[in-house]
Design a protein around this ligand. Structure first.
Ligand code: GDP
Ligand code: MG
Length: 166
C-alpha cells in the first residue's frame, strides 16, 4: 500500500465555481455566497483506488482573476493535472477555460487536463450547447458538474485520480 501525492490546479474564469467544487469535494459543503479566494488556497483529499492503493490530490485554488492573465508559472509548477472549470450558463467562460489550458501548456506540456462544465443545476439557463461539448470530448474528458447538488463532482476527481495513478 502506498499513497502517491499529486498537485492539481483549478483553472477558470472568475465565478465559474472553482472554490465551490473544491468545497463540495473536500468538505461536502456548498455556500451560495461568493467565497472570495485570496491568493492561493490549498486543500487536499485522499482517494482510495481499487487494489488498495490511495492517491492524495492536493488541490490548488487561485483567487478569481480574469482569463486574460496567464496562469503564473509558480501556481502551475509541479502540477500533474489541471481541472479547467467553465460555467454552463456563460458561454464565454468556456473559451476562457480553453484559453487558460493553452497558456498553461507551455509550462506544463504533460499535465493531464479535464474540463468541468459547472452549474448543471441551472441547466435551463445553459448557453453551452450539447454539440459544443460533444466536439470538446474529442480532445479532453468533459464532465458536467454541480457544486450545489454535487452531481458529477466525485466523477471528475475520480477520473483525475485514476488517470494519474495509471
Ligand atoms: P470561483 O470564482 O470560480 O472560485 O467561483 P465560486 O466557487 O466562488 O462560485 C461563484 C458563485 O457561483 C458563488 O455564488 C457560488 O455559490 C455559485 N456556484 C458555484 N457553483 C455552483 C453550482 O454548481 N450551481 C449554482 N447554482 N451556483 C454555483
Ligand atoms: Mg474562488
Amino acid at each position: 500500500m502506498s499513497t502517491a501525492v499529486y498537485k492539481v490546479c483549478m483553472l477558470g474564469d472568475f465565478g465559474v465555481g472553482k472554490t465551490s467544487l473544491v468545497a463540495r469535494y473536500v468538505r461536502s459543503t456548498f455556500s451560495d455566497k461568493y467565497l472570495t479566494t485570496v491568493g492561493v488556497k490549498v486543500d487536499s483529499r485522499e482517494v482510495a483506488l481499487p487494489g488498495g492503493d490511495a492517491v492524495k490530490l492536493v488541490l490548488w485554488d487561485i483567487a478569481g482573476r480574469s482569463a486574460l492573465d496567464a496562469p503564473s508559472v509558480s501556481y502551475l509548477r509541479g502540477a500533474s493535472a489541471l481541472l479547467l472549470v467553465a460555467d454552463g450558463t456563460r458561454e464565454g467562460s468556456l473559451s476562457s477555460a480553453l484559453n487558460l489550458l493553452m497558456q498553461s501548456r507551455s509550462s506544463l506540456p504533460d499535465a493531464f487536463a479535464v474540463l468541468a462544465v459547472n452549474k448543471l443545476d441551472l441547466l435551463d439557463r445553459w448557453e453551452v450547447a450539447p454539440a459544443t461539448l460533444a466536439e470538446l470530448r474529442r480532445s479532453l474528458p468533459v464532465f458536467e458538474t454541480s457544486a450545489l447538488s454535487g452531481a458529477g463532482v466525485e466523477a471528475v476527481f475520480a477520473e483525475i485520480a485514476t488517470r494519474l495513478r495509471a
